[in-house]
Design a protein around this ligand. Sequence first.
Ligand code: SF4
Ligand code: SF4
Length: 577
Amino acid sequence: MATLVRSHNAEKVIERLGKKLNRQVVGSLAACVHCGMCTESCHYVLANPGDVTFAPAWKADRLRKIFKRHYDWTGRVFPWWVGAKSVWTDEELEELKDIVFGKCTNCRRCSINCPMGVDFATFNRTVRGLLVSVGIMPEGVAHVSKDQWEIGNQMGVLKEDYLDTIEWMEEEIQEELGPEARIPIDKKGANVVYTINPREVKYDPRTISDAAKIFEVAGEDWTMPSEGWDMTNFGLFSGDDELGASVAQRVYDKMEELGGRKLVISECGHGYRSTRCEGQNWAGKDVSFAMESSVVTMLDYVKTGRIQVDKSKNDKVYTYHDSCNFARSCGMTEEPRELLQLVAGDFREMVPNRAENYCCTGGGGAMSMSEYAPNRLKSAKIKADQLRATGANVVVTSCHNCVDGLNDLIKHYKLDMEVTQLVNLVANALVMPEKPVVEEVVPPEVVLEAPLAGRKILVVDDEPDLRVFYGSVLEDNGATILEAADGETALELAVAEKPDLITLDLSMPGMDGGKVFAALRTHEVTAEIPVCIITGRPELRSLIYDRPVPPPEGYLDKPVNEETLLRNVRKIFEVGD
Ligand code: SF4
Ligand code: SF4
C-alpha cells in the first residue's frame, strides 16, 4: 500500500497553525455548537440558498478539522469520532484558498450573531495568513501585497506622483480660496497630520482637495507626510501580520518624526481599523499621539462652528452605508450619521443598519480578486435590494473600499444611484468666509483659447452614449474627436491618425481594453501616445497594471462626470483651464 506523503506546504501550514493558536482563535475553534444561528447572517448564504458550503460554520469546520487532528487531544486519539482531518496536498490547500478568500469578506456579521462568541472572521483571516505564508493566495492579493511591501503603498503610487498630485490639488483649492491656501508637506509639530488611501491619489484626488479645503477654511494647523502617508494596510485582508506590522510602523514612524499631535485618518474603514486599532498590536508598540477618523474631525469643526455649512447645497436624497470595518469592528456608527444630517438635506436610513448592516461585498480585499468577481456580484444582491429599498439617489459611505464595491454592484444591478463620501458633502456645503472687498480692476478683454485646442483625442468605448458624452465634453473644450466602438477599430485609427490621447474602455466585446492597451504600447507608432483608462470594472485593473509595459497616464472609474474627465485630461496634457 502506497504511503501518503504530505506536501511541503501542507507541513508548513500545520506547523504554523500551532504558532497562531491564541486564546481567541482556540476559543472560537472550540466553542461552536453548530446551532446554525450565524448562517442567515452571511450575504453569501442569502445569495446561494441551499448551498451549505457558504455557511460560516461549514467554512469554519475546514480549519477546525485540521486543528482537531493536530492540536486537540480528542482529534489525535479519536479522529473519526470528532471529525478531525488533516491536510495533505497543495490541491487541498488551493481548495482552502477558494473558501477563505472567495467565500468570505471577513465582514464579521456572523461573528456578532453567534451566541457562543465564535469569531469566524478572525480565524478566516488566520487561515488566509497561513496560506499566504506558503505562497498560496489569489494573484491580486500577491500583487497588492508586493506593492505595499516594496513601494510603501498598496497601489504602487510613486513618491513623485503622490507629491505631484498634492501640488495639483493645492492649485485647485487656490483657485477657490486664494493663493495663500496650502497643502503643507512634512510640516513639523502640526496639530493634524493627515493620512490617506492611495486610491485617492490614483482615482479620486477630489477627496484630497475637498479635505484640504475643509482644513484651510477651519484654519487648521495641518500637514500631509511625504512618506508613510498610506494608512491602508493589506495585512488586514491577507492575514499577513508581518506586512501589517511593517505598514503600520511606517505610518507611526513618520508621525513621530514630524512630531504631530494628532493623526487624522481619511474616510476608509479598513485603514481606520488597521491604523488605529490593529496596527499597534501588529507592530508591538503603543503610540504616543492621538488618532482619529476625519469623520470625527469634520464633525467637530461643524459642531464647534470652526466651519459653517449650508445643508441646502446637498439637496438630493441620501442614505448611509456602514462599512464593516468602520461600524461593526470599530463602533463608528453615530458620528457619520450626525455629520451627514448636518450637511445634507433628505436622509433615509438603510435597513438593517449600523453593526447589522450587510457588507458592500467588496470587503476583505475582494475587489482585488477578479477570479471571484461573479460570485461576489451574485452575493451583492442583498446589498442592492437594501439600497433600492431606501429610495435614495445617493449612497454615502466612509470607506474607499466600499465606494468601489458599491459602484460595482450599482452598475451590475442597474440602480439609479451614485456613491459619495462625507468629505465631498462637507466640502460642497461649506459656506466660504467673506473675502475683503477690493476695488475691481477691469482687465483688458482677452480672448481665451479653449484648453484642449489643437488636441486630437480618440474615444474608445462600446457604449454609444458614453462616446457621445466624452466626445462632446472634450470637443466643447477645443479637442478634435475620433471615435471607435471596438478594439480593432481603435488600433487602426490610432496607427492611421496618431491622436494626442486615447481614452480607453476596458470591458468591450471582442478585443478587450487590456489587449488594446498592450497592442498600443508595443506598436512603434502608438507606443508614446498617452492613454486614459475609463472603466466601470475596477476588478479588471490587472489587465493593464500587470502587463510589462509602462502604465497608463490616466485612470478613471465610471461613472465619470464632466469635471473629472476634464481635470484628468488636462492633467495628462499639463494644461490649465
Ligand atoms: S452561531 Fe456560533 S455556535 Fe452556532 S453555528 Fe454559528 S459559529 Fe457555531
Ligand atoms: S465574516 Fe461575513 S462573509 Fe464571512 S462568513 Fe461571516 S458573514 Fe459571511
